[in-house]
Design a protein around this ligand. Sequence first.
Ligand code: FES
Length: 231
Amino acid sequence: MSIDTPPITPQQYEVLHGGGAEAAEIAKQRLSRRRFMRRSMLAVWGLSTTAAVAGGLAMLYPNVAAGFGGLVTVGKKTDFPAASKSSDFKKGFTGVFYNQNARTYVIHLAANTSFLLPSAVLGDQLQSETVVKDADGSYWIGLYQRCVHLGCTVPFRDDCSSFKCPCHGSHYNVTGEWLDGPAPRSLDRFSIHFSGSDVVVDTGVLNSKVPHPDTNTRLIAAPTVACSAGG
Ligand code: FES
C-alpha cells in the first residue's frame, strides 16, 4: 500500500467525484493522513540514523567506553610510584593502589625488581600473567579485587606485603600469585595499557587463567613476614 494513496470507502469515492464541501473535507483528511505517515517514517529514519552513528562512533573511538566492564582511566603514571622490595609496598603510597571504579589494584613494580626467573623465560611468563613492561623498564599489573575462591573482596595487607582474603584465608603475593589457602589459582588480572601519560585498565578483558605457580613460573619471592591475626 502506498502512503500517497490511503484507501477510501466507496462512499467517499462517490462524494469526491461529485465535488463540493464534503469532497473538500475528505480531501483534507487524506492530506492529513499522508503528512502523518510521512512524519512517522521520517521519525523512524531519524532514530535509526542516530543509532547507526552512535554505533559507528563507539567503534571508531573505543576509549569513549567508560566504567566497570570497559576502559577505565585510573590516573596518571606519576600517581603510582613504583616499589621493588617487598617491604616497600604500601597501599595508596608505593607499589599498590586501589581504584574503586575499576575494582582493581594497580601494581607498579620498579625496573630493578628481582624476579626469580632467568631472562630467557621471564618475558613469556610476564606475558602469561598480564604483566606489562613500560618504556622506563618498570612493570604494571591490574589485579581484579575479587578472590578467586568464592568471590570475597581481597584487601592488600601492608603488614605482610601481600593480599590475604578475610573469608577463608587465601593468600596471594603482591603480583597476585597464589601463596596458600583454598583458592584454585592466582588472582585474576585485567589488561592494562597507557594512553599518553594515562594508565588505562580494560575491565572488559580478564585473564583468569593464571595457575598456582611453581618453581618454574613464580615471578617474585613470597614475603618473609607473616600476616598478623587481627589485620
Ligand atoms: S573467598 Fe577468599 S578464600 Fe574463600
